[in-house]
Design a protein around this ligand. Structure first.
Ligand code: SIN
Ligand code: FE2
Length: 216
């Protein structure tokens, strides 16, 4: 039997600066990934992943759920945060401590010392799913950053400027990578390109993204 020389080695975190206030923390969530995925499993049995409709009536290709005090939703009435899951009328599942502590420590590593996320959006991308360039601007306080965790298949993240027309950087994000953007970059446009088919040992044919924000 060949011993796995690296089985007990901690995974090294490396960083890539994207812009003032924005950074990629490679592998930051790798160690917690199995726990994060089992929490996603619990949350989505209570608040199932669903394809929400944009205000324009289009069904989103990404399937979404939420946890925490506030959940981000979209429907004919617009984009907003709501304390209850519109599918059940019940409050969103609580944010698991492992989610909150990971988000806080990633924010700290990016230079944001006092992040208190109260909203977590859970995105599930299957092959063919994407998210066009947009700003995260439904939150009341832009002094708090956005923390975004990638799990499973790799997908190309686009990080643009403060206007839609600025040419975005394309950054492949792999399992365990975390992106944090805040300060002067808080309202930068971002999105993900179409997910290509693949297989990941922990998530199978999909990618999950957890996006943490302070909604109010
Ligand atoms: C988002 O902006 O809500 C998702 C970004 C991603 O999936 O990486
Ligand atoms: Fe976003």
């Amino acid at each position: 039997m060949t011993p796995d020389l690296f089985a007990d080695q901690p995974i090294e975190v490396t960083t890539e600066r994207l812009s003032e206030g924005a950074i990629v923390l490679r592998h930051f969530a790798s160690a917690q990934a199995p726990d994060l995925l089992s929490e996603i499993e619990h949350i989505t049995t209570v608040a199932p992943l669903r394809h929400m409709k944009t205000p324009g009536g289009h069904s989103m290709s990404v399937a979404m759920s939420c946890c925490g005090c506030w959940g981000w939703i979209t429907d004919a009435k617009g984009y907003r945060y709501q304390a209850e899951d519109p599918c059940s009328g019940a409050p969103w599942p609580i944010m698991p401590p492992v989610f909150a502590s990971l988000a806080r420590s990633a924010a700290l590593a990016a230079g944001y010392g006092d992040f208190t996320p109260n909203a977590c959006l859970i995105n599930r991308y299957e092959p063919g799913a994407k998210m066009g360039l947009h700003q995260d601007k439904n939150e009341q306080d832009f002094s708090q950053p956005v923390v975004s965790v990638s799990l499973g298949l790799s997908q190309v993240f686009q990080f643009g400027g403060l206007t839609r027309s600025a040419r975005p950087k394309n950054i492949p994000l792999a399992h365990g990578d975390v992106v944090v953007w805040g300060g002067p970059s808080r309202l930068r446009y971002h999105g993900v390109l179409t997910l290509k088919a693949g297989a990941h040992p922990l998530t199978g044919a999909c990618r999950y993204n957890l996006t943490f924000r302070c909604a109010r």
